[in-house]
Design a protein around this ligand. Structure first.
Ligand code: ATP
Length: 343
């Protein structure tokens, strides 16, 4: 019975942008935005996930739409715990009724402080988990992408999420060197907002900025679309206005953020021991996380580092798949008493 219950444990990717839950034997059972809408008067939850995300920038004064995770860590503890409880309940529907109370493996950024990590573990327990174990995001992403993390060879993974970019060189089941910066997809959206405000005196919302990035964003000015209508509020007249943007403009807006990400990769490479650097030269860099989908980013990183660079097959799902697979090694995590610097 104990083993059966163990096979029903959950892997959680509590991301800045998206929360995913993986159930061993079933796969991904929850994949929702990390967003909660709260009624200011009653303090009740109005919506969670994609329903709440639709309300961003559109809610009336009595509803606040919260993104409780910022920069990969908990920014609003109570809301995170409520959201996690909601998602755990959704995931439990897929578990056997004979399964015991749930254990969870939850991923955290490698640059997290012990206090921030404790908050994640506590939130998971408050949400109903019996035991909660943590795994670092790049390690989970590497397992999820099928890299040979347990072998004596170096693998370099770069996970570009909404709030953090994690770069890690892994070998023999551990992280040899890593760099974690709180610069990622959200900063790209902010950069587009600032660019449009400065160039066109146009105020656009977070969701519009993200849409512009996904549709028109690229690291080299070569997007699939030639241009895009971008709607917002004219800062001079206060009236709605549309401007037409081109891929070159978006590339210009994203320049600083992209270079900060490339700098993080170069910093990690500089810290890599020579033998492992040789392995990385041979195997190349694997890009994961939603930010890896930015058009042309793989080519630019390859040019800047002189290393072959690939985008993972499922960049948005790697971390949770790896977190779920890590449940098979849960005993190793248990011996680390809820947190582990090696993983
Ligand atoms: N096609 C795309 N092009 C560029 N960016 C994209 C694309 N699709 C998704 N993204 C971006 O990827 C980010 C979300 O990625 P992901 O779900 O991996 O992050 P997360 O795990 O929630 O965040 P973190 O790991 O930082 O806590 C968002 O910023 C989103 O805008």
């Amino acid at each position: 019975m104990a083993n059966f219950s163990l096979s029903q444990d959950l892997g959680i990717d509590l991301g800045t942008a998206n929360t995913l839950i993986y159930l061993k034997g079933k796969g991904i059972v929850v994949k929702e935005p990390t967003v909660v809408a709260i009624n200011n008067r009653s303090k009740k939850i109005e919506a969670v996930g994609s329903n709440a995300r639709q309300m961003i920038g559109r809610s009336p004064g009595n509803i606040t739409v919260v993104r409780p995770m910022q920069g990969g860590v908990i920014a609003d503890y109570d809301t995170t715990a409520i959201m996690m409880k909601y998602y755990l309940k959704l995931a439990q529907q897929y578990r056997s009724i004979f399964a015991g109370k749930v254990n969870v493996m939850i991923c955290v950024p490698s640059g997290i402080t012990m206090v921030e990590e404790r908050a994640v573990i506590d939130a998971a327990k408050q949400a109903g988990a019996k035991h909660a174990y943590s795994i670092t995001e790049p390690f989970a992403a590497a397992i999820g992408a099928g890299l040979p993390v347990w072998e004596p060879t170096g693998s370099l993974i770069v996970d570009i999420g909404g709030g953090t970019t994690e770069v890690a060189v892994l070998s023999m089941g551990g992280i040899v060197t890593s760099t974690s910066v709180r610069i990622a997809g959200d900063n790209m959206d902010d950069a587009i907002i600032q660019y449009v405000r400065k160039k066109y005196s146009l105020m656009i919302g977070d969701r519009t900025a993200e849409e512009v990035k996904i549709q028109l964003g690229s690291a080299n000015g070569h997007a699939t679309l030639p241009e895009l209508d971008v709607r917002g509020r004219d800062l001079l007249t206060g009236l709605p206005k549309t401007v037409i943007m081109t891929p070159d403009e978006v590339t210009e807006a994203l320049l600083d953020t992209i270079h900060a990400i490339i700098k993080a990769i170069k910093d990690a490479l500089e810290k890599t021991p020579p033998e492992l650097a040789g392995d990385v030269m041979e195997r190349g860099i694997l890009l994961s996380g939603g930010g890896a989908l930015l058009q042309g980013l793989d080519k630019l990183i390859a040019e800047e580092t002189n290393l072959p660079t690939f985008v993972a097959e499922n960049p948005l799902d790697n971390v949770v798949i790896g977190t779920g697979k890590a449940l098979e090694y849960i005993d190793q995590f248990k011996s680390h008493a809820n947190h582990s610097s090696d993983f």
